[in-house]
Design a protein around this ligand. Structure first.
Ligand code: SD4
Length: 349
């Protein structure tokens, strides 16, 4: 397990060697492994899928794959997307019976003439692709749902490891309990997704995104992660971007597409991320419990990350090593959504 030690600030890579960057510290282990494959000639697409798969299989991450928190009815549904170019992308959403939803999104891209499959149709397609069907609700997620249903705080277990990926602190849970709800069954809670961008030795770009979505979401809710242009966008002519956080706000501004379009028009990755977050701020006036963060990667291998609030961490693997890094900028550094997450103290492996 990677132990964060020192917090460093993300810096722009200066040389175009293979690189992989991903949201949150829980991605560091997957990035390190995937980078080794990149150096031996694996494609960027294989690398991003591998990082997403690692998170999906980890039951201690409560926002992705097995271990992901369910919707308001107690059912886990998963969303994912992959992309290497506007004409080469795939997505699956509201998947209820298959764990490796990023691989499923890739199969949609590679084995169908469609871009996106949803719900029962996506699960049926996975069956047809001989992907194993499984129960996605972990015991811990079921217990969290039962507590949420009766209004109990959902604290992190005291023995949760530093890269557990779990998102709840008792403090945040109690803050959320007082947040205004927009629907009797809807209480917005902080949430995360694994978003990955990579550039390989052939200078090809790829991106992937995978999530269980907003915890305790209304049944049927799909966020930004699996929607091309919102949670993920990649165009080899301009760059790639991934988003994490409150999907509704990202969707309102076509967040990842907007970041890539800014780079297409000459913005640096940092300027591109800033433009998206500034637009979200202007339009949504996010509440203090709401977080959005983005990573942007240019077609030449420069990258940057930014977040509305403190607490967001980027995992990055490149020739110099694998690191957990602070984003280059935080719009409101004085505000931490969940307080500093024990998993997100930063450091180098
Ligand atoms: C969503 N942004 O569904 C995505 C992923 C996420 O917890 O943050 N999930 O809103």
């Amino acid at each position: 397990m990677m132990q964060p030690q020192n917090i460093k600030v993300a810096s722009v890579s200066e040389h175009p060697s293979p690189l992989i960057v991903a949201t949150w510290s829980f991605s560091a282990r997957g990035c390190r492994k995937a980078f080794q494959d990149l150096t031996t000639g694996s494609s960027a697409l294989d690398a991003v899928c591998s990082v997403a798969r690692e998170a999906e299989a980890d039951p201690t991450i409560d926002s992705v794959g097995f271990g992901g928190l369910p919707d308001a009815t107690g059912k886990v549904t998963l969303d994912a997307a992959v992309m290497i170019a506007p004409e080469r992308c795939g997505a699956a959403c509201a998947v209820a019976r298959h764990l490796f939803v990023t691989d499923l999104a890739r199969k949609v891209m590679e084995r169908t003439s469609h871009v996106m499959l949803a719900g029962e149709g996506a699960d049926a397609f996975a069956d047809a692709m001989d992907m194993p069907s499984t129960d996605l609700l972990s015991p811990a997620a079921a217990q969290a749902w039962r507590r949420w249903r009766v209004g109990e705080p959902i604290g992190r277990p005291v023995d949760a490891g530093p890269s557990s990926g779990q998102l709840f602190s008792s403090h945040a849970a109690s803050a959320r309990a007082h947040a205004p709800a927009r629907h009797p069954m809807e209480r917005e809670t902080p949430h995360d997704t694994v978003g990955v961008l990579a550039i390989d030795r052939a200078r090809a770009l790829a991106g992937a995104c995978s999530t269980s979505g907003m915890p305790f979401k209304l049944a049927g809710r799909v966020g930004d992660s699996s929607i091309i242009g919102h949670g993920l966008y990649v165009d080899p002519e301009a760059g790639g971007a991934v988003a994490t956080g409150s999907g509704e706000m990202v969707m309102g501004v076509n967040g990842s597409f907007l970041a890539v379009e800014c780079m297409r028009r000459g913005a640096t990755p940092s300027e591109a991320v800033h433009e998206v977050l500034a637009r979200i701020e202007r339009r949504f006036r996010p509440q203090s419990h709401q977080q959005v963060a983005l990573i942007a990667l240019s077609r030449t291998g420069e990258w940057s990350a930014g977040a509305l609030r403190s607490g967001f961490i980027v995992s990055c693997a490149q020739a110099s090593g694998t690191e957990m890094l602070q984003p280059q900028f935080v719009m409101h550094p004085e505000e931490a959504v969940d307080g500093p997450h024990p998993a997100d103290a930063g450091g180098k492996s």
